[in-house]
Design a protein around this ligand. Sequence first.
Ligand code: GDP
Ligand code: CA
Length: 321
Amino acid sequence: MTQSSGNGRSGVLALAGGVGGAKLAVGLARILKPDALTIVVNTGDDETFYGLHISPDIDTVTYSLAGLANPDTGWGFAGDTFNALETLKTLGADAWFGLGDHDLALHLRRTDMLRSGMTLSEVTLDLARRMGVRHPVLPMSDQPVRTIIKSTDGEMSFQEYFVHRRSEPEVIGLRFEGADSATASPVFQRALENVEAIVFCPSNPFLSVDPILALPDVREMIVASDVPRVIVSPIIGGRAVKGPAARIFETFAHKPPSALAVAEHYEGMATHFVMDNEDEASRDAVEALGYQVLVTETLMIEDTHKIALSTAVCKMAGVSI
Ligand code: GDP
Ligand code: CA
């Protein structure tokens, strides 16, 4: 049985995008029992390719938890082959979105299950369990929400911008199509009502976490929540560890990326803030925003780093492990 805090609440809800989210999720899953951790993942990057439903962030998190992820790319299965993609090209497909053979098998299965009438939550839980993941991994919503990049070249999906156009178009805005009328997935809703702490994994604030917070019921519940809500900064020493976060910051926050800018971005949503040792100089400024601050090592390379950071996060939030 999971210990519950005095208010009857128990367990941790982790909000995650892809690579950064997956790293902390792996650490949390190593120290918390399956009934004490719910991992909710961004689906704003979902898209249909080759007729199949692709959920890139869910897959990164699931593969990472299953120990199957390709650590070099941040997407796909380790050691995957690309025979099907080559054949697709031969058959005339505009195959700019790389998917390995194992990956494609998963997308075939997911698409089939969705077509049979299952929700994305049911499908995601089932596939994760079959890959050996014991902790619940869920999409933020069972309704489609799509991150649309507004650029000087017009509007495009996130994958079109990031993968096909290699982040070259100048970004002028973002919108989360469908978010206004979407709701949190049922297990996510229950977690928001019942957990003793919420953890914002070190994911891209604009592209990975904001789509989750764009769901009206989620934002409302998080703002009104009275449990510890911990942000782990994805920006270390003014840089993103991986991905387009640094450039995105300049575009949307109109300031250089920094731990302080992350703290400002989430103002009103969270109570605790974890920043890297490299960013200690901005501790006072972040505390002045009303956060309780922890300064520690936040770069996660090995599993030991993931576990150490997760342990510090839980301790800070008063979660017993
Ligand atoms: P994506 O969907 O694959 O881009 O994944 P996320 O949004 O979850 O993660 C991207 C963010 O993770 C970037 O802003 C990175 O700076 C951050 N990140 C990646 N690895 C680490 C790490 O080891 N520590 C911290 N603190 N942030 C990380
Ligand atoms: Ca993503």
